[in-house]
Ligand binder design. Structure first.
Ligand SMILES: Cc1ncc(COP(=O)(O)O)c(C=O)c1O
Length: 416
């Protein structure tokens, strides 16, 4: 029977979809390391297990067992395309986002010239800086950096506009940083770039777990994120639009060049991990049914609606945390309120190292790591000189609860 429409996320239902919570270690741990990788939905695990157990074979072929393996992989790939509302020809499934950006940047070598300019930001993870820096070194193009405001660690759109020129070939930026959490004005950047004949590659790794990307509305040229942070298997998802793909040098085997979706296949990712992506569609569908009742909506619409509920829930917890620690001698990197940011809080203490904070939380069965989280350049520019100790990062997922958030608040208050 269809449930009445719920206008909030039913966290008990959500947690029941993650078998990890039944494990003793996870049951006693308040898990706030989600930006490093989330727990995996049970329906994804079931498909992964099924593939490994039943169809761990060379996929595609006449024999039933081979055919079934290929079918599951096709289903996984199509489900991801449907969840994103894109044509599966525009979808590359790679081993990780680092690998996808690396492949994409190499594929740009044909049109990035010595007179070209490439813009990266100081706010990005190294995956979306280093690859483009290396492209510039190889081609002789000029690398321009969109700098952060060192006080707020945020990016100012006016600074970007002053960097954009007739020579800008490609702009690479994060949708929201894995440290700062502010949602960047990527829509405005894309509009400016489109008018300037400049391609835009967006890193959505830190954004997608909090708010499912809306690629059809944004219309970027490339958009990457990692499904091991969106409650699924360890893969890198990369969308590329046709206009950009037409300019790219294929990175696949020569005999695969006729297939748009294989153009950027520079590795053969885990077959089971691809097949298991179908479970993510099932997860969003089940969550949609629970909150909205039976529906004929597309997977894309369902994911958007469920994700909006997840986001509201996380934002409430984020505000709870920020209010609960407001009086402590802490520096929040980025905004000290939840508006316009993701529930991913990085902080330093005036009294304790970030490693000490992390260990103190661990003693209280709270998992939250410290370090630079591969955003080393950002930390340096934000004035956090000991990047190894870095920040304490408390990153939420939609399955976190108010009680867990209170535990973090209490632990941080106790140590200070
Ligand atoms: C913002 C951001 N971009 C890129 C990456 C790299 O993703 P992957 O681990 O899939 O290579 C990460 C990983 O943590 C990240 O947080």
């Amino acid at each position: 029977m269809a449930h009445a429409r719920l206008n909030h996320l039913d966290v008990n239902f959500i947690r029941s979809c993650f078998p990890t919570f039944e494990e003793p270690l996870a049951a006693k741990t308040a898990f706030f390391e989600n930006a490093g990788g989330s727990y995996v939905a049970g329906v994804v695990l079931d498909r992964l297990m099924h593939f490994y157990k039943v169809n761990k074979v060379q996929p595609y072929g006449a024999a039933e067992i081979l055919h079934a393996a290929g079918e599951q992989m096709d289903h996984g790939r199509q489900t991801m395309a449907d969840l994103l509302g894109i044509d599966s020809a525009n979808l590359t499934l790679g081993a990780s986002t680092t690998q996808n950006f690396n492949t994409l940047s190499i594929a740009c070598e044909g049109f990035v010239k010595s007179t070209s300019e490439v813009i990266v930001t100081e706010q990005d993870h190294e995956a979306n800086i280093g690859a483009w820096e290396r492209l510039c070194e190889r081609t002789g193009a000029t690398l321009k950096t969109w700098k952060i405001n060192p006080e707020t660690a945020e990016l100012d759109l006016a600074d970007f506009e002053s960097l954009l020129s007739a020579n800008t070939a490609i702009v690479c930026m994060t949708h929201s940083s894995n440290i700062v959490g502010t949602v960047n004005p990527v829509g405005k950047v894309i509009a400016l770039c489109r008018a300037n004949n400049t391609f835009v590659a967006i890193d959505g790794v830190s954004y997608a777990p909090h708010l499912w990307p809306d690629i059809p509305s944004l219309k970027p040229d490339a958009y990457c994120f990692s499904t091991y942070k969106t409650y699924a298997t360890h893969m890198g998802v990369m969308y590329t639009g046709e206009a950009l793909r037409a300019k790219l040098t294929p990175q696949c085997h020569y005999f695969n060049r006729g297939y748009a979706y294989k153009l950027l296949d520079s590795t053969g990712p885990d077959h089971a991990a691809i097949a298991a992506l179908a479970g993510l569609g099932e997860y969003f569908s089940n969550a949609h049914k629970h909150h909205f009742g039976s529906s004929e909506l597309s997977l894309y619409d369902k994911a958007q609606q469920v994700s909006a509920l997840m986001h509201t829930h996380e934002t409430t917890l984020c505000e709870q945390l920020l209010t609960g620690i407001a009086g402590l001698p802490l520096r929040i990197v980025g905004r000290n309120h939840s508006e316009g940011r993701e529930a991913n809080i990085a902080l330093t203490s005036a009294q304790f190292s970030s490693a000490e904070l992390s260990k103190h939380l661990a003693k209280n069965n709270i998992a939250a790591g410290n370090g630079d989280f591969y955003a080393t350049r950002l930390l340096e520019k934000a004035g956090i000189n000991n990047t190894e100790d870095g920040v304490l990062r408390i990153s939420f997922s939609h399955y976190n609860t108010s009680e867990e958030t209170d535990r973090v608040i209490q632990a941080l208050n106790t140590i200070h």
